[in-house]
Design a protein around this ligand. Structure first.
Ligand SMILES: Nc1ncnc2c1ncn2[C@@H]1O[C@H](COP(=O)(O)OP(=O)(O)OP(=O)(O)O)[C@@H](O)[C@H]1O
Ligand SMILES: [Mg+2]
Length: 273
């Protein structure tokens, strides 16, 4: 079987690049948290502008999700979907715009402090430690916690029984779908208020995809907001409360999942008819 974690042509190398260029930066210190704005959605990355050097990849795009809802971002390769996720997570310094979560403006926080503020992020690539066991991956996910993490780990195993059975195996030995489950479970270990998923179903079969989407719905029902990038646009918009079509770092279409699915222009251009 082909390795679903192999480079499948996407150019999102910043997470695994040992010498990242430009303004992608996960090591800077945090600035102060500011108050949010009245009437804000639970999460909003607003009017985001930024990129990896001189050129802007994000050209003023806005992404938001309410509490316990599922927001899905679709768009062509290179549209800036992963870049927008990294900007919301603080891995990319914005030239303009802000990120506000749960009543606070967290634009000045580094990624680690955004995790403390309630964000969980599953990146598109390199999202598990392949030479560590499933259980060690989950323990690593809980790195910011000093309390007892066993109850959270049990919840993750309840959600994903298949990986519970493999808890002593190295994550690298698991199937693509199971590795994605470990990656999601790892992000859940910090008990996030917002779970960000960059193409969680990449490289998995349709059955495994449906199963993972069911689990994502279950996570949202527990009150966690989901912000998800997906290539499987139709299936993802089917479970989305709100959908965003991103093109060249800007919002092209926004609507409920159902509205976007019903829009002939969106269907023709982005959903293959
Ligand atoms: N670390 C980086 N350094 C420089 N340019 C980058 C970096 N990561 C991405 N880019 C460029 O930014 C643009 C947007 O890339 P991004 O990965 O955000 O797109 P995407 O919408 O997630 O695409 P895909 O569907 O392939 O995952 C592309 O032109 C890409 O080449
Ligand atoms: Mg991407």
């Amino acid at each position: 079987m082909s390795d679903p974690f192999a480079n499948r042509g996407n150019r999102d190398a910043s997470i695994v690049n040992p010498r990242p260029a430009g303004t992608a930066d996960g090591t800077r210190g945090s600035g102060p948290v500011q108050p949010g704005r009245a009437g804000d959605p639970f999460l909003i990355g607003e009017a985001m502008r930024g990129g990896y050097g001189k050129a802007d990849i994000l050209n003023g795009c806005t992404l938001a999700v309410e509490k316990g809802q599922i927001a899905v971002i679709v768009g062509p390769n290179g549209a800036g979907k992963s870049t927008a996720m990294k900007a919301i997570f603080g891995m990319l310094t914005l030239r303009e715009g802000s990120v506000r979560l749960d009543g606070q403006d967290i634009s000045a926080l580094n990624p680690q402090d955004r995790v403390r503020a309630g964000m969980g992020f599953v990146p598109q690539v390199a999202n598990v430690f392949p030479t560590m066991t499933v259980e060690e991956n989950l323990e690593m996910g809980a790195y910011i916690r000093n309390d007892d993490v066993r109850a959270t780990m049990a919840q993750v195993y309840d959600l994903f029984p298949a990986v519970a059975d493999k808890r002593r195996q190295n994550a690298g030995e698991l199937s693509g779908g199971q590795r994605q489950q470990v990656a999601v479970g790892r992000a859940l270990m910090t008990q996030p208020k917002l779970l960000m998923l960059d193409e969680p179903t990449a490289g998995v079969s349709p059955i495994v995809m449906d199963e993972l989407f069911d689990r994502i719905i279950e996570i949202a029902r527990s009150g966690i907001s989901i912000l998800m990038v997906e290539q499987n646009a139709k299936q993802a918009l089917d479970i989305a409360d709100v959908g965003y079509v991103l093109v060249q770092g800007a919002n092209r279409y926004t609507g409920t999942g159902a509205e976007l699915m019903a829009d002939p222009e969106v269907r023709r251009t982005f959903l293959g008819g």
